[in-house]
Design a protein around this ligand. Structure first.
Ligand SMILES: Cc1cc2nc3c(=O)[nH]c(=O)nc-3n(C[C@H](O)[C@H](O)[C@H](O)COP(=O)(O)OP(=O)(O)OC[C@H]3O[C@@H](n4cnc5c(N)ncnc54)[C@H](O)[C@@H]3O)c2cc1C
Length: 412
């Protein structure tokens, strides 16, 4: 691709998209570069939305991913409040429409980066009931924050990472909090049952009620929420309900484009979606990760991790601008979560059927290892930052379980 004439378009103005525009310039593209985003805001950071932003310790101004003027300095045309509504791969155009409504126009591209992330799944039938929220954007977080008055009854539907963090933040604001989780333990999808139970105990230790193993029938209240109706016939009274039941990748605008859509945009290990010059990054991308090969084969995976979005964004500039120098994506997966006063860190790929053992520490500060086919497949640390750093580094070399035991012995 010539560096002077060809236009690169990045759709999705958040973490992966923002890192992509930086990497496209760093890779030497000095032609037109456009960043298109549905939200009215410049790219901002989402992890604080369930943590410091909800507790009131962080304000919207401090969420920006880049300093003022960064996109001007990078000579990026930024189109905010603009939805991509269609992709024509053959014509090499993206159809866009104003978020407020209005007629669509087409934006031509030579290179395209799809970075449209994911949207929070909502509870069917709750639309229009005041006090019921999902959490994905800063506007969602603002609306939740306004309802977290001391003494308010907060029901969190879903005991995954985001639900657990919201519960902790609401508790810090003096609310009465109940976490409702249909599985027998919180965080099961991320950590498996055993560690989900151990980490989920943080809720009880911090005065948050846990309702486990029972589903939700719906939300009661005509105009404003009054309670959550449980599948066993009971009710959880609530002034605020936050629904944290996962996300769906934002791929509706790609329907009919010919790209392979299957729980995200399916890409190769270079993040290319098939047609030359078309790439996907971040939460919307389902791509192979070379590191997972020995554990899971080359099956493409979609992850919802901040670090993967950054790494994809940083890699895509080089892959797009200098495809001859493209490198397959290969990285130890990493995700963290802050709940109450605890830091949870996970590296690798824990699977529900992996065996789990505590390798370092005990009680409220420990590191557990996940074992698959004689290998260390992942580690999870609860307030054990230093051992975690050592094990995260070890994971890069695909250690055996014995290697893990050896390192654990040196860490006491
Ligand atoms: C509350 C919260 C807390 C989190 N905490 C953690 C954490 O502690 N640790 C961790 O590792 N990860 C965390 N994450 C996950 C992390 O923030 C995501 O992995 C990351 O934001 C993914 O970035 P992305 O750019 O791929 O997608 P997104 O951040 O979802 O951004 C996609 C952007 O594309 C826009 N878009 C969508 N469709 C269109 C369209 N058709 N046209 C134009 N624009 C469009 C969206 O509006 C959005 O701005 C958290 C996420 C949330 C929501």
């Amino acid at each position: 691709m010539s560096n002077t004439t060809n236009r690169i378009v990045v759709v999705g103005a958040s973490l992966a998209g923002a890192r992509a525009v930086h990497s496209v310039r760093a890779a030497g593209h000095d032609g037109p570069l456009t960043l298109i985003g549905a939200e009215p805001h410049l790219p901002y950071d989402r992890p604080p939305l369930s943590k410091e932003f909800l507790t009131g310790d962080q304000e919207p101004g401090s969420l920006a991913l880049d300093p003022d003027g960064a996109y001007h300095d990078l000579d990026v045309e930024v189109m905010l409040s603009t939805h991509a509504v269609g992709l024509d791969v053959a014509a090499r155009t993206v159809a866009v429409a104003p978020a407020a409504g209005g007629s669509a126009e087409t934006v031509p591209f030579d290179g395209l980066v799809i970075a449209t992330g994911a949207a929070a799944r909502s509870l069917p039938g709750t639309e229009g009931i005041r006090g019921v929220h999902t959490l994905r954007t800063v506007d969602d977080a603002q609306a939740i924050r306004e309802g977290l008055d001391a003494g308010a009854r907060v029901a969190v539907v879903g005991g995954g990472f985001i639900g657990s963090e919201v519960a902790a933040s609401a508790k810090a604001r003096g609310c009465e909090v109940t976490v409702i989780e249909a599985a027998p333990a919180p965080l099961m999808r991320g950590l498996g049952a055993e560690m989900g139970t151990q980490v989920g105990a943080l809720h009880g230790q911090n005065g948050v009620e846990l309702r486990l193993g029972v589903g939700v029938d719906g939300v009661l209240g005509a105009d404003r929420v009054e309670a959550v109706a449980m599948a066993d016939g009971s009710r959880v009274e609530a002034d605020v309900v936050v629904v944290g039941i996962g996300v769906v990748p934002n791929t509706a605008w790609l329907e009919g484009s010919g790209l392979q859509i299957d729980n995200g945009v399916v890409c190769d290990e270079m993040l290319c979606c098939g047609p030359p010059g078309v790439y996907a990054v971040g939460d919307v991308a389902r791509a192979p990760n070379g590191w997972l090969g020995p554990l899971r084969g080359s099956e493409p995976v979609r992850v919802e991790h901040w670090t993967a979005a950054v790494e994809h964004g940083m890699a895509v500039g080089r892959n797009l601008v200098a495809p001859g120098e493209a490198q397959p994506y290969n990285s130890v997966p990493f995700v963290w979560s802050d709940q109450y006063d605890a830091r949870i860190q996970i590296a690798g790929h824990p699977d529900a059927d992996d065996e789990v053992d505590v390798l370092v520490g005990s009680g409220r500060s420990f590191l557990a290892g996940y074992r698959r086919n004689g290998r260390l497949s992942a580690v999870m640390a609860l307030d054990a930052i230093r051992p975690f750093v050592r094990f995260r580094r070890l994971l890069a070399s695909h250690p055996s379980w014995d290697d893990a035991l050896e390192l654990a012995a040196t860490l006491g």
